[in-house]
Design a protein around this ligand. Structure first.
Ligand code: SDX
Length: 431
């Protein structure tokens, strides 16, 4: 961080202090408030962390006003159009795009570790068949921590790299098994000669009675969707992983905590919620009614897949997602009326003052459900695929956080509004 010539001064109860300001490579400057409490007795109050930078990072840059998203400086649309997910994983983990040799070695290492220990497979049988796949993912992925705990040494780069490879490699296998378990289908092991995305689709959709024929267009679409969802700065689930790992907990368990946070409909669960919303709207003529509901403060209904804490412009991922939706629907010969509803809903909302004033635009979750449904997935699997993609972001941010000398256990304070001290009253005297 580069110190700014500007200072931040604060005067409180007649005392003025000066706090240092720092420039990042790009984006807002930050004021370092580490001394604030010690020198003024003040805490800052920022529920939802709207004005708070929780860490330093070099991985992902977002400019919400301009609708910019870059992974180590590479624009997301260029990576989505020209690269592949494994290449993007290497970039997020190492800060540079791989050479062809580095790529082959990385890809092979991931494939080699994509099988599950047979004891892990036994965990599935404890779930009900109608369990939500995200609940299964949380449980089974978290269980990995029981298999790889004995050598846990997060200060050892060898342990970190082994944990990194295992988490990236096993997440799609666990996810595909969670899907097949809900259907009562036998599990399918990964193959070593397929792409990460192609392998995942085969593990989900293979019918063992027939040879599996990979659909390259769908594998490419899946790969692109993984790229779009790979990382996104300090979002709720990534911040969960960082906070959990700040106590130096087992990284497999910390990533499982990220899965939990992602599940919420305000976050990664919005892709499932957005498709369910489009189904509820059903037809274009019902859009005005739902737009009015979304604007009504007394109605809890919100446009799912719309709005974002950071983007006050069009989410750059949503544009690529919309194009991918058209591509997959055309390839599959599907004329999905919900795509027309989604595009008309976007058009009406973006011309409505309520949404314009609040800078509410479609986000990454608005179109993804239409694409994933066309690929054959039930909406309950949509956030699972978000979790597969985001695993590399969680792991990259975990690695960055635990090796940052400035980081210590995350322990926020509070403003206390409860009762002042009072003496215990025996139950017999409580009336
Ligand atoms: C993801 O953080 C990330 O980077 C997340 C993510 C990632 O890649 O990790 O990008 C992935 O989670 C995308 C977001 C998915 N969630 C949804 O699509 C759910 C619907 N969106 C909203 O719940 C909301 O927009 C949030 C949660 C995404 C953002 O909430 P904020 O930043 O707290 O915004 P806010 O609630 O303060 O909204 C500001 C105003 C409010 O109105 P006023 O009180 O000012 O009158 O906008 C309104 C809100 O009521 N508003 C909406 C709305 N979103 C915000 N009104 C209707 N529909 C919406 N979707």
């Amino acid at each position: 961080m580069k110190p700014s010539k500007e200072k931040f001064t604060i005067t409180y109860k007649g005392k003025t202090i000066e706090l240092p300001v720092y420039h990042g490579r790009q984006g807002p400057d930050v004021v370092d408030i580490a001394r604030l409490y010690k020198e003024t007795g003040l805490f800052t109050y920022d529920p939802g962390y709207r004005s708070t930078a929780s860490c330093k990072s070099r991985i992902t840059f977002i400019d919400g006003d301009k609708g910019i998203l870059e992974y180590y400086g590479y624009p997301i649309d260029q990576l989505a159009r020209n690269g592949n997910f494994m290449e993007t994983c290497y970039l997020l983990l190492h800060g540079e795009l791989p050479t062809s040799v580095q790529y082959e070695e990385f890809n092979e290492d991931i494939m080699k570790h994509s099988m599950l220990h047979e004891q892990i497979v036994k965990f599935y049988s404890g779930f009900r068949r109608d369990a939500h796949p995200m609940a299964v993912l949380v449980g089974v992925f978290g269980a990995l921590s029981s298999f790889y705990h004995e050598h846990m040494n997060i200060d050892d780069p060898v342990f970190r790299n082994r944990a990194t490879v295992r988490m990236l490699a096993k997440m799609p296998t666990i996810a595909a098994m969670a899907y097949r378990y809900t259907l009562g289908w036998t599990f399918v092991d990964p193959r070593g000669d397929m792409s990460y995305a192609g392998n995942f689709l085969r593990m989900c959709f293979l019918n063992p009675m027939y040879e599996y024929e990979e659909d390259e267009v769908l594998s490419r679409a899946m790969d692109r969707i993984f790229i779009l969802h790979a990382d996104h700065e300090q979002n709720a689930s990534t911040s969960t992983v960082r906070l959990a790992s700040s106590s130096r907990a087992n990284p497999y368990a910390c990533v499982a905590a990220g899965v939990v946070s992602l599940w919420g409909p305000a976050h990664g669960g919005a892709n499932e919620a957005a498709l369910n919303m489009l189904k509820e709207i059903g037809t274009v003529d019902r859009i005005p009614h739902f737009i009015e509901r979304a604007k009504d403060k007394n109605d809890p209904f919100r446009l799912m897949g719309f709005g974002h804490r950071v983007y006050k412009n069009y989410d750059p991922r949503a544009k690529v997602m919309q194009q991918t939706a058209h591509e997959v629907l055309k390839h599959k010969g599907i004329d999905d009326p919900l795509l027309e509803v989604a595009m008309e809903l976007e058009r009406v909302a973006l011309s409505d003052d309520y949404f314009i004033e609040r800078k509410l635009y479609p986000n990454v979750d608005f179109y993804s459900g239409i694409t994933l449904r066309a690929m054959g997935f039930p909406s309950s699997m949509f956030t699972v695929m978000f979790a597969i993609a985001r695993t590399v972001g969680w792991v990259a941010q975990w690695r960055e956080g635990i090796t940052d000398p400035d980081q210590s256990i995350g322990r926020p304070r509070q403003i206390y509004l409860g009762p002042t001290m009072r003496d215990y009253v025996p139950m017999s005297e409580r009336g």
